[in-house]
Design a protein around this ligand. Structure first.
Ligand SMILES: Nc1nc2c(ncn2[C@@H]2O[C@H](COP(=O)(O)OP(=O)(O)OP(=O)(O)O)[C@@H](O)[C@H]2O)c(=O)[nH]1
Ligand SMILES: [Mg+2]
Length: 440
């Protein structure tokens, strides 16, 4: 885990450190630390204990106060702790100072998340995205990295690099980042054609906090078997599945990477495929684990990341459009208290209540998709000569066909298609409009 790649993760014994600031409560801080524990477990280390300090503000030099740091140091020495994890982003200066005092590996939440990402990344695209994020993170922290390595080497003759060496290393890192970004652009261009084709369908993108049940829900909705697990960040690569069994034209469901609190913005930005999945969606399903006490805060966190994404789109000259979003309250099977469901319904009348495990609410989601997709679909009748197999195949691919009458020479098809397909189809064949598909 962390920057100490030489050690076996099973041998890592971690102490977690958080700070409670005036705007926060002990309850929030505990939720944060519980989540940090889950992250540490996911990364494969063992949690020895936690330390929370109440402060009016964090210490610029060492994040926690001097006394607290001494306490941490004592525990490190007495309890066999070899890894200290801070539940917040440390500045490079803070991390360096704390590490030189404690003389064990010190990492922050960001580095932990990056570490999990790098273990989970499978596709070339995901691996490059994670590497860019890791290098961007490492760039201002090179000095700490060097100090860490020299301490590991015993400190003899390794007093860390001079300023000149650091400058050379920084330049190398920057070059590497540029190189990787180019490689990523190339991959993204390669998927451009596939993305363009996706626009032919109704695109539903599933977003939400990590572990909310996005992949399980996708599997339920589409009958597929995307990897789902009770670990955080199970999904790092977007998966798209097509569903035919829907009243209108075909629907594509895309599962995305989960969001989490204190996610550094540059990390989100490096997941370009996720950004595109969000901005190109016709409908976003925002999945929430309502069995968690902190679910309201998690809704806010996801909404913030989403609005960040849309801001980024409009800044880069893209079309800033509002993507319709529906809340999906998942894991309702875990709500023991009956009154809670009623209260949820009253407070969030627009939310769809689901359980990806029992299948509750799946029909409601499909009904909702029907309503949204109907808004831009048209009902058509086309007669195509049997000799024109190409047009028939095109139509069969993009449409939900309700009737086929085959005569000797032609086929008459009645179908629903996405409105944007009309001009394309009209170029190929004579189309009779049967009117806009009725709502409901
Ligand atoms: N009880 C219950 N468990 C669920 C439900 N939906 C998902 N789970 C469980 O929650 C855990 C996380 O599910 P995933 O589908 O992997 O969650 P995710 O949102 O895709 O998570 P990441 O990809 O890690 O961000 C798994 O152990 C699922 O079995 C549900 O409705 N009820
Ligand atoms: Mg997932």
């Amino acid at each position: 885990m962390g920057i100490d790649r030489s050690s076996d993760s099973a041998d890592e014994h971690a102490l977690l450190v958080g700070v409670k600031l005036p705007g926060s409560s002990l309850e929030i801080e505990n939720t944060n630390l519980e989540e940090l524990k889950a992250l540490v477990k996911t990364a494969g280390a063992d949690v020895v204990g936690t330390v929370v300090q109440q402060r009016t503000r964090v210490s610029g030099a060492t994040y926690v106060g001097k006394g607290k740091l001494e306490e941490i140091n004592r525990r490190v020495n007495e309890e066999g702790i070899n890894l200290v994890i801070f539940d917040d982003a440390l500045t490079p200066g803070q991390a360096g100072k704390i590490e030189s005092l404690l003389k064990v590996n010190v990492i922050d939440r960001t580095e932990l998340i990056l570490d999990i990402f790098s273990k989970r990344a499978r596709s070339r695209q995901a691996r490059i995205q994670v590497e860019i994020a890791q290098l961007t993170y490492a760039l201002p922290r090179l000095k700490k990295l060097w100090d860490h390595l020299s301490r590991q080497a015993g400190g003899i003759g390794t007093r860390g690099p001079g300023d000149k060496q650091l400058e050379v290393d920084r330049r190398r890192l920057r070059e590497k980042i540029t190189h990787l970004k180019k490689a990523l652009d190339k991959i993204n261009k390669g998927t451009l054609e596939r993305r363009k084709r996706r626009k032919e369908f109704f695109n539903v993108t599933i977003v939400g906090y990590t572990n909310a049940g996005k992949s399980t829900l996708l599997n339920r909705l589409t009958g597929s078997d995307v990897y789902e697990s009770n670990k955080l960040f199970s999904t790092l690569d977007s998966t798209t599945r097509r569903v035919e069994d829907i009243k209108n034209y075909p629907v594509l469901f895309t599962d995305t990477i989960g969001f989490i609190r204190k996610l550094p913005p540059y990390l989100v930005a490096s997941f370009k495929s996720t950004l595109l999945d969000v901005e190109e969606a016709d409908l976003l399903l925002h999945v929430v684990d309502v069995a968690k006490r902190s679910f309201k805060e998690e809704i806010d966190i996801v909404n913030n990341v989403l609005s960040d994404i849309f801001k980024r789109v409009s800044k880069s000259g893209g079309r800033a459009r509002e993507v319709p979003t529906r809340l999906v309250f998942n894991k309702t099977d875990c709500l023991e208290e009956k009154g809670l469901v009623r209260r949820l319904k009253a407070e969030y009348p627009e939310a769809i209540l689901t359980s990806a495990v029992t299948g509750r609410g799946v029909k409601d989601i499909l009904k909702e998709i029907d309503i949204y997709s109907k808004r831009d679909s048209v009902n058509i009748e086309v007669t195509i000569p049997l000799s024109d197999g190409k047009t028939i195949a095109f139509l069969e691919n993009i449409a939900k066909v309700s009737k086929r009458d085959i005569s000797e020479e032609s086929v008459r098809i009645i179908a629903v298609i996405k409105r944007s397909h009309l001009p394309i189809l009209e170029k190929k064949s004579r189309v009779r409009l049967l009117g806009v598909v009725k709502k409901g």
